[in-house]
Ligand binder design. Sequence first.
Ligand code: SF4
Ligand code: SF4
Length: 89
Amino acid sequence: MLQEQITKSTKTPRYKVKIDKKLCGDPIECGLKCVKSCPFKILAYCQRKKPKFGEAPEKFKVISAFNVLCNDCKKCINICPNNAIKIKL
Ligand code: SF4
Ligand code: SF4
């Protein structure tokens, strides 16, 4: 019982970083501001769909790769020009 209470009270909050793809649009256009701003390198970017053989990738999206490391510092939210990032507990 006591152990359970201690575990609950010391449990690290887990944040979920949500990126609205529609609001973000083309992350390359904004210079990947959120990706560069995150001190823990939680945000990354990847191609939206696999390019055909011999073709360069066209569209990219921002993804949150390591949500568990997010401390809700809001640097990514504050720097995003399109208000495309939300952090949820
Ligand atoms: S809130 Fe801070 S730690 Fe979390 S993803 Fe954004 S910049 Fe990174
Ligand atoms: S800062 Fe905003 S607009 Fe720029 S890549 Fe990140 S989510 Fe997209």
